[in-house]
Write a protein that binds this ligand. Sequence first.
Ligand code: GUN
Length: 278
Amino acid sequence: MMADGILDTVRRDVAAFRARCGIAPALAVILVGDDPASHVYVSRKLKASKRVGIASIERHLPSETTQDALLAEIDALNIDPSVHGILVQLPLPRHIDAAVVLDRICPSKDVDGFHPVNVGRLSTGTQGLIPCTPLGCLLLLESVVQDFCGLKAVVIGKSNIVGKPVALLLLERECTVTVTHINTRDLPSIVSIADIVIVAAGSPGLVRGGWVKPGAIVIDIGINKVVDKDGRSMIVGDAVTSELEHAAAVTPVPGGVGPMTIACLLSNTLRAANMMTA
Ligand code: GUN
């Protein structure tokens, strides 16, 4: 799997960082509240950190944590020179304004790439920390696409975490990018022109085989919990994989983009550590 290759490289480069600096790169992960999916994602991130030798600092705060208390936690991590990356797991409880929280993270430690400075750098095509899932999608695409120039890419979903940044990355590679969303009219006909379909809608079974042209590449970012006809719960993506045999490549769910997100988070953490100590 491609994510394993990235993790191997990160592990090797982490060892070189330790030899040079005498400390391990360190990632702080803040989780507020008890969202079960967030717990699963955070534990995967921490486990993968350990595997590659990145030190992790876990801050699990109760759901009633005030915004000011969370900001104070971020301030402390921002000024701690032994912390290289800071991640606040989303979603946050409703009484906390995520935009204010993300704005508080030092941009050079913002390994999720969600701070407005990094968003701005991405939109101007300059060097910043790039959001992990979009970066993972791009690396997967680069493994099967030689030349992006002029390809038609359709992105389904306009979130700040996936849709918008992945669209910017593809635009930077000279794709012709269409971003669609919940209010887009005639979605099937828009998707049918695409050489690359990126679906991050959180809607199981949204993209049907008939929407996708032969030879297109489908990157499925959906992670949906559904119950099958025998009452078993399972995880499925946003595309109906069984109908996509005519596609050139389709990422599986689970196991496709998810592991790449984690690999890119660790790669971003190492990058942040290297930038801080350069
Ligand atoms: N929630 C869903 N995806 C993400 C992500 O990539 N980063 C963080 N921090 N929270 C998320």
